[in-house]
Design a protein around this ligand. Structure first.
Ligand SMILES: C[S@@+](CC[C@H](N)C(=O)[O-])C[C@H]1O[C@@H](n2cnc3c(N)ncnc32)[C@H](O)[C@@H]1O
Length: 418
């Protein structure tokens, strides 16, 4: 199997470049080359249990292969679903655009999370566009709302996410996983309807330009995208031919904060719901209250890493960081168990992982995943390492104080189920 560098900077094909730039995504070229070299057939199913921006599900649909994408973050389902839209959706969207007018009546949303950055009237302007996307329907449950959306509505939401992000630029630092809040109420942004509408429509038009790549049969959608957890896959045993994925980074990246603007638009129950989503994601910066011991099924490499974190002299290593990392590895272990269960015999599990550091302690995530997966019964077929200078570990400036070297490795591991 030909394995090329999965980093987005090495992209040689531009698939829907203006759709959504997900910092955690891997490249379309890499995904396509893996899918084609696995020589799947019309009955095959590909799974990505950490589907993120939906690179796997998009490229599977382009190749005409059925796929299932799962992510716990509802905003990621919207983005991945948007990428499933086709040229036929353009007309529905054009009709909707005509309805986006300033005189749409909307009620103030109680505790609207958009008012973290926008003044009340500006948040209301975003809700006017949302009302058109939702055809005037009202939902009080996020999952119900997201699950009801057609790909064209998801495309319209994704353009709204991008538009809001463009306005929020003053609050977005160079670290793409963080977003600042205004220091005081008078620093909140004021949006103007003509400017907002025209930027939104222009973002939609850019997306139309690259929409023609997915060929699919709407009667039998090629990709099924679900909100769900990798630790509890709602899929039949031995039902999947290929798992192609990259797990959440082990660098305390808060995927919830990283998608705060998107969640603020899509979540129906405001800030408290967003907080709940943040806490439920793997890699969250929160920690469980109870103190826990290291289970033996995490494998030797993982146990050693966790013990070294526990023993580390720096502040909060034993309390906060140990517990936080233990929680991450327990979820990872459960997820790998589920992946093993759902793959058919002889099926492959291809995983893109990056190593990182906790202070000066090396976290060899590829080795950890290798051992955990072997414990479940997977056989390692191939391991290919790519040096990665632009990595998530490097984004944390403070950790450089401890680090011997600041090059991380992006590793592609190919497993086979016997
Ligand atoms: C590294 S990203 C995947 C990026 C994806 N390969 C792409 O190209 O866009 C990891 C994803 O895992 C998701 N995630 C975190 N915890 C999860 C869980 N328990 N179950 C499912 N998805 C989860 C995050 O929301 C994030 O989108």
């Amino acid at each position: 199997m030909l394995i090329i560098n999965p980093k987005r900077i090495n992209e040689s094909i531009e698939v829907r470049p203006d759709w959504y730039n997900y910092y955690a995504g891997y490249s379309h070229t890499f995904t396509q080359s893996i899918i084609t070299s696995c020589k799947l057939n019309n009955d095959s199913v590909i799974l990505d249990p950490w589907n993120g921006g939906g690179t796997t599900t998009l490229m599977a649909s382009i190749e005409g292969i059925r796929s299932i994408g799962i992510d716990l973050n509802p905003a990621m389902k919207v983005i991945a679903m948007a990428k499933q839209s086709t040229v036929e959706d353009i007309e529905s969207i054009r009709q909707k655009i005509k309805k986006i007018r300033s005189n749409i009546k909307v009620e103030h949303v109680k505790n609207d999370p958009l008012t973290i950055w926008l003044d009340d009237e500006s948040a209301l302007l975003i809700r006017k566009i949302e009302k058109v996307i939702l055809c005037g329907r009202y939902y009080n449950n996020t999952q119900e709302k997201v699950d009801s959306l057609q790909p064209y509505q998801c495309l319209m939401y994704t353009a709204l996410f991008n538009t809001v992000r463009q306005f929020l630029k003053p609050f977005i630092p160079s670290n793409p996983t963080w977003i600042k809040r205004p220091k005081s109420a008078d620093k909140k942004l004021t949006l103007y309807w003509p400017e907002l509408r025209s930027l939104y429509v222009s973002n939609l038009s850019k997306m139309f330009n690259s929409i023609d790549m997915v060929r699919h049969d709407r009667k039998c959608p090629l990709a099924q995208i679900n909100i769900g957890s990798s630790t509890n896959l709602q899929l039949g045993t031995e039902s999947v031919d290929l798992v192609l994925t990259s797990p959440p980074y082990c660098t305390r990246i808060d995927y919830g904060v990283a998608t705060m603007p998107e969640l603020s638009i899509i979540a129906t129950n405001g800030k408290s719901e967003i907080k709940h989503i943040r806490r439920s994601l793997m890699g969250t910066t929160t920690v469980p209250k109870s103190i826990d011991t290291i289970p033996s099924n995490l494998g030797k490499e993982c146990q050693t890493f966790l013990r070294n974190v526990y023993k580390h002299p720096s502040k909060a290593s034993q309390t906060y960081y140990f517990k936080n990392l233990l929680q991450y590895f327990k979820s990872l272990q459960l997820s790998l168990e589920q992946i093993y269960r759902v793959i058919k015999p002889n099926g492959r599990f291809i995983c893109v992982v990056q190593d990182s550091y906790y202070k000066d302690v090396h976290c060899n995530l590829p080795k950890i995943i290798g051992q955990m997966s072997q414990n479940h019964g997977f056989i390692i077929e191939d391991v290919v390492e790519f040096e990665s200078r632009q990595n998530m570990a490097n984004l944390n400036q403070k950790s450089k104080l401890y680090r011997a070297k600041n090059t991380a490795y992006e590793t592609v591991i190919v497993f086979k189920k016997d």
